[in-house]
Design a protein around this ligand. Structure first.
Ligand SMILES: [Zn+2]
Length: 389
């Protein structure tokens, strides 16, 4: 509550000072009458009765539009404190005043729009931000909020439209976001079986941000769908070249393609190329499965045991236990099964994905961080979190 008092004290003091200095005209007489009301409002604030205080201040506004700035500040303060309904009441009342000049009205519209955003009333917020854009006031903030709204509503066409208007007004490139909007549209087209449109959209996505792995992976999926396994493998390799941390996300599709081509050996050679430098646990596990299929359990067990001696990971150890407990060493097997349960629980408690920008943890892959709304920042957590030592 202290914050509120400090905010309003200067306004009340100024109001009293003016009233004392100028008392000739009718307008000034009105102002003089407002001063006690201001102090009554302050009194409510001091007594922790903000609702009554707001009523007083809102009534004051009807007679004195010079307190607009104070009301704007009061409203945004309420919003920042999470009291959105109060902020909305204050800003709605401000906008209803015909005496506001254009700049004051624009400021009040922006604040009310932010209140609606905070309250999750996106359609109301959208109308206000569109109005601001029409008025040519606070255009950058209006467009930035419109994008948040359209992303929420998954209206990707609108996101593309707004991002084009916004890009010249901001310092950073919006290419990555635009690439994802095209990918979202391409996925919608694919769900409708409109492959031609999907191809066009994915080309645009790749042009918007050449480093983005998502269009490349989607193109690979399309190639798989149409039975072009070699082309799909090339595209999946290209995605890994764009971003090597994405390898674990394409292993499943690579496996499908290589299996269809009856060339698991090819996948094994490709994955072995990644063993030395990064020792991604997903690579180790995929190789273990491949070796088991090609050479049997003993060979797979020997491979993962050697790997775990070099780079122990929880997932890797779990697989090692699984393999060894199915081999005929009964007593050791029983112990290992108990250990396995324990480690499974340990692993389930750890989120596998994390946003590299804000640290948000997730159990599944998201293209857009649900917390900070950044695109392509969610990555699989691997080393060193998952290492045992
Ligand atoms: Zn984030």
């Amino acid at each position: 509550m202290n914050e509120l008092v400090w905010l309003l004290l200067p306004a009340a003091a100024a109001s009293g000072w003016w009233a004392a200095r100028r008392s000739a005209s009718k307008a000034q007489e009105r102002r003089a009458r407002t001063t006690p009301a201001y102090f009554r409002g302050l009194n409510y604030l001091l007594n922790e009765e903000p609702d009554k205080a707001i009523d007083v201040f809102v009534q004051l506004l009807e007679v004195d539009s010079e307190t607009v700035e104070t009301h704007l500040a009061l409203g945004s303060l309420f919003r920042r404190r999470g009291e959105v309904e109060r902020a909305i009441r204050i800003h709605q009342n401000l906008i209803a005043r015909p005496a506001l000049d254009e700049e004051q009205r624009a400021n009040a519209l922006l604040e009310l729009g932010m209140d609606y955003m905070r309250a999750g009333l996106y359609d109301r917020a959208e109308n206000l931000f569109l109005e601001l854009k029409e008025m040519n006031q606070h255009v950058r903030k209006a467009l930035q909020n419109l994008i948040i709204i359209y992303q929420q509503e998954r209206d990707w066409e609108a996101c593309l439209r707004v991002s084009e208007e916004l890009e010249p007004l901001v310092s950073e490139s919006l290419g990555l976001a635009r690439s994802h909007y095209y990918c979202e549209l391409a996925e919608e087209a694919l769900r409708r079986k409109d492959t031609e449109k999907a191809v066009r959209l994915l080309k645009k996505a790749a042009r918007a941000e050449p480093e983005s792995v998502r269009p490349t992976h989607l193109q690979a999926r399309m190639a798989m769908e149409s039975g072009e396994c070699r082309k799909a493998i090339e595209l999946l390799h290209a995605a890994v070249e764009q971003d090597s941390s994405y390898l674990s996300e394409v292993i499943g599709d690579l496996r499908t393609c290589h299996a269809r081509l009856d060339d698991l050996g090819g996948l094994r050679r490709y994955l072995e190329g990644f063993l030395d430098d990064s020792a991604d646990v997903a690579v180790v596990l995929a190789l273990t499965d491949l070796i088991m299929e090609m050479e049997g359990e003993e060979a797979a067990s020997a491979f993962i045991t050697e790997q775990m001696e070099q780079h122990p990971t929880i997932r890797g150890l779990l697989r090692l236990i699984e393999l060894n407990s199915s081999l005929p060493h009964v007593k050791a097997g029983q112990i290992l099964v108990g250990l396995k349960d324990h480690m499974e629980r340990l692993l389930a408690e750890r989120p596998a994905y994390q946003c590299t920008k804000c640290g948000y943890s997730a159990n599944t892959m998201h293209w857009q961080c649900p917390s900070c709304r950044s695109w392509s920042t969610i990555r699989r957590k691997n080393e060193p979190d998952e290492k045992c030592r």
